[in-house]
Design a binder for this molecule. Structure first.
Ligand code: PMP
Ligand code: GLN
Length: 381
């Protein structure tokens, strides 16, 4: 009796970060910024801690943060959200995802997903007894067709899980793509779970369009955000969910038995963050866009073929197109051990039919760090 999870190894992010530590490599693998986050938010967290916010907050989250989540949704997307019945706070987007999948899925339900995908989705879906059905997006623009959707939707489709902007592809979904998907979700009376942790990391003036804002989707969509990504504080693990009451209720049932609640000082500090003025959010995106351009230029200069990247912390390199005849896993290991630069093999983001000619590089690092990585790549060429 092996469990569903015993077939999985250790998550690739942990594996590559430990390998990077061991070889003192510049870690462009696991996605985390090397700055310290906005000083006022960090100071607020310390103040709340020192002034006694150290006991269990309410299970759904502190009202201050839930109100801030609702106000943020209204400000950026025009969403009308009742904070008291339509928001929830949990330990990172990771726990929100687990609570949603465990709260909403029954054994035998089918879930439509798009590859490449974030590595926690499928193990959670399988653990819930549900069945994943995959659409493989086609590089370089990571597109899909109506026929691709028809091949995976069935009368058992319960839920569709999308990640927009998408890790690791750097894809930002277009309105046309969202409309195509929304049509199928509505036709199958399914629900949509949208992992939008990179909502404020969209580049080149593109808009981020939540699927929740499309006609007919408000009442069947759950939308996830993360303070880790929006405030460059990945270690805090504060995630939040917006969903209509009938979908939020079952998710809350799962959340109460997973973690029950999240550190109160961090919740207060994140509430403050979400009410920052618009300049903070546009500044975050333009700052990250400059880092993308710096790493992209450096990688191109050493002869690596960089795929277009419209958002997130990540860009992809095409090994085949770079004249590198090596599988992604071997390439990433060798690069970490011999060249001193860690990256993530793209095949880790697939459950089936994985390509082996792509590697993911993270650019949410200081200029010196990106430059050091490029210098090592030049020396190791
Ligand atoms: N979803 C995606 C697509 C991610 O890349 C990540 C991790 N960074 C998460 C969810 C988890 O977010 P958190 O750290 O808030 O748990
Ligand atoms: N989301 C981060 C990434 O894709 C890693 C999160 C984790 O380590 N679980 O790199």
């Amino acid at each position: 009796g092996n469990s569903v999870l015993s077939s999985y190894g250790t998550t690739i992010f942990e594996v590559m970060s430990r390998l990077a530590d061991q070889h003192k490599a510049v870690n462009l693998g696991q996605g985390f910024p090397d700055g310290n986050g906005p000083p006022d938010i960090v100071a607020a967290a310390a103040d709340y801690l020192a002034s006694g916010w150290n006991q269990y907050p309410p299970m759904p989250g502190l009202p201050a943060l839930r109100q801030a989540v609702a106000a943020h949704g209204r400000r950026f997307y025009g969403l009308d959200i009742d904070w008291a019945t339509e928001t929830m706070v949990a330990c990172g987007a990771t726990e929100v995802l687990a609570a949603c999948l465990f709260g909403l899925l029954e054994p035998g339900d089918e879930v439509v997903l798009f590859q490449p995908l974030y590595d926690s989705y499928v193990p959670l879906i399988r653990r819930a007894g549900a069945v994943p059905r995959f659409v493989s997006l086609k590089a370089p623009d990571w597109s899909f067709s109506a026929a691709d959707l028809d091949a995976v939707f069935s009368e058992r489709t319960k839920l569709v899980l999308i990640n927009n902007p998408q890790n690791p592809a750097g894809k930002v979904w277009t309105r046309a793509e969202l409309e195509l998907l929304a049509g199928r979700v509505i036709a199958h009376d399914a629900i949509a779970l949208c992992d939008e942790v990179y909502e404020h990391l969209v580049f080149d003036g593109r808009p981020h369009i939540p699927l929740m804002t499309l006609p007919g989707m408000r009442e069947r969509t759950l939308r996830i955000g993360s303070a880790g990504k929006t405030f460059s504080l990945t270690g805090w693990k504060v995630g939040y969910l917006t969903a209509p009451p009938h979908l939020l209720a079952p998710v809350m049932k799962a959340h109460q038995f997973l973690t029950f609640t999240t550190a109160p000082n961090l919740q207060h500090a994140v509430a403050l963050g979400l009410s920052k003025d618009d300049g903070y959010f546009t500044g975050l995106a333009s700052d990250m866009q400059a880092r993308r351009d710096r790493l992209s230029a450096g990688l191109s200069a050493v002869g690596l073929a960089v795929l277009p990247c419209a958002g997130t912390y990540f860009l992809a390199v095409d090994l085949q197109a770079s004249g590198i005849d090596m599988a992604d896993q071997d390439f990433c290991r060798l690069l970490t051990e011999r060249v001193g630069v860690a990256a993530i093999p793209f095949s880790a983001f697939y459950e089936a039919d994985a390509p082996t000619h792509l590697a993911r590089f993270c650019f949410c690092k200081r200029d010196e760090i990106l430059d050091e990585a490029i210098a090592r790549l030049i020396r190791g060429r």
